[in-house]
Design a protein around this ligand. Structure first.
Ligand code: F6P
Length: 365
């Protein structure tokens, strides 16, 4: 069996803290343990389609462990199977350009491609593996924590830490002004960040996409607090939370068949209605991309480093089509196909929810 000589690595989808730690671990493990060369593909699948690639030496990854973002750049809109290019009339057309991915891999003599990304990036990787036999190994990243094949994705802990400390900050101003504060966190269609920050920050109400809410139930919770002499309340809402029988609130729809919905605005929706229903002054805050930026927590740095090391090990063992993931205390491999088949969402009867409810947290039902 021929040995792996060259590894390609790309970071795809929304960035998150810890991407640089993975890149560093891959480059250092490959060079120090196996003498393998690593090539960084720029801007996710865009670079793979357009042959934007550069060699990464150990010195190129020096000092990047604590840095947020990704030194390779990323993109969450360039899908080789549905790639936007202008046609002869200058109009945007979506085409299958996956043959160009094969060209880049062959021209650069890459023996394996490590795809560091969420469900979108790894679903594309799996399709490249299944339809074009491209040797891929997936690494699970996302602040949303919504990927199967791992107990937790890297990036989540940092986002949760930022969101929880923001709830703490809003807590003191809510209390001073006797207001209701609605804090909107990211997470797309999963409620992991809201659940974690709501529990960690002591939110009175937590709204998540997995449990549709009723405004009357939120009001009941606030009334109960008012009776107890509590003149302020904190509501932590996932951006994907929705009212029972209603739809998710989105900021806008864009011309992108890969992901046309830009979520945002549920905190305003809930805040305005709750203010009208309770008569208590209400404000809302959308935390947005601060949850995704900046330096990773120690947990994320360590997890990302473990993922990078194990991805190189899997490459050397030619375990193509697999995703590295944390299972308990160990790193295990899962077929990417299995990991991306369905999103990992919060089970409404899970222990976290039971615990939060036992200590009096309301979920809008
Ligand atoms: O998937 C990560 C994430 O930050 C989601 O939580 C959020 O809905 C989305 O990406 C925002 O994407 P963008 O950076 O394109 O606005």
């Amino acid at each position: 069996m021929s040995k792996i000589k060259r590894i390609g690595i790309l970071t795809g989808g929304g960035d998150c803290p810890g991407l640089n730690a993975v890149i560093r671990a891959v480059v250092r493990t490959a060079a120090l343990q196996y003498g393998i060369e690593v090539y960084g593909i720029l801007d996710g699948y865009y670079g793979l389609i357009n042959n934007k690639i550069k060699k990464l030496e150990i010195n190129d990854v020096a000092g990047i462990l604590p840095r947020g973002g990704t030194i390779l750049g990323t993109s969450n809109r360039d899908n080789p199977f549905k790639y936007a290019e202008p046609n002869s009339n200058g109009k945007k057309e979506y085409k299958d350009v996956s043959h160009r991915v094969i060209e880049t891999i062959e021209n650069n003599r890459l023996d394996v491609l490590i795809t560091v990304g969420g469900d979108g990036t790894n679903a594309i990787a799996n399709r490249l593996f299944e339809t074009h036999n491209i040797p891929v190994i997936g690494v699970p990243k996302t602040i949303d924590n919504d990927l199967n094949g791992t107990d937790v994705t890297f990036g989540f802990d940092t986002a949760l830490t930022v969101a929880t400390s923001s709830v703490d900050k809003i807590h003191s101003t809510a209390e001073s002004h006797h207001r209701i504060m609605v804090i909107e966190v990211m997470g797309r269609y999963a409620g992991w960040i809201a659940l974690g920050a709501g529990m960690g920050g002591g939110g009175d109400v937590i709204l998540i996409p997995e449990i549709p809410f009723r405004l009357e139930k939120i009001k009941e919770k606030i009334d109960e607090r008012t009776k107890r002499g509590k003149r302020f309340s904190l509501i932590v809402a996932a951006e994907g939370a929705k009212p029972e029988g209603g739809e998710m609130v989105y900021a806008r729809k864009v011309d992108d068949p890969n992901d046309p919905i830009r979520l945002g605005g549920i905190s305003q929706y809930v805040g305005n209605r709750i203010e009208d229903m309770t008569g208590i002054e209400t404000r809302y805050t959308i935390l947005g991309h601060v949850q995704r930026g900046g330096s990773p927590t120690a947990f994320d740095r360590i997890l990302a480093t473990r993922f990078g090391y194990h991805a190189v090990e899997a490459a050397c063992e030619k375990k193509f089509g697999y995703l590295v993931g944390l299972r308990g205390q160990d790193i295990k491999l899962t077929p990417i196909e299995e990991a991306v088949a369905v999103p990992r969402r919060v089970a409404p009867d899970c222990d976290l929810i039971k615990t939060a409810m036992a200590v009096g947290t309301n979920f809008g039902f």
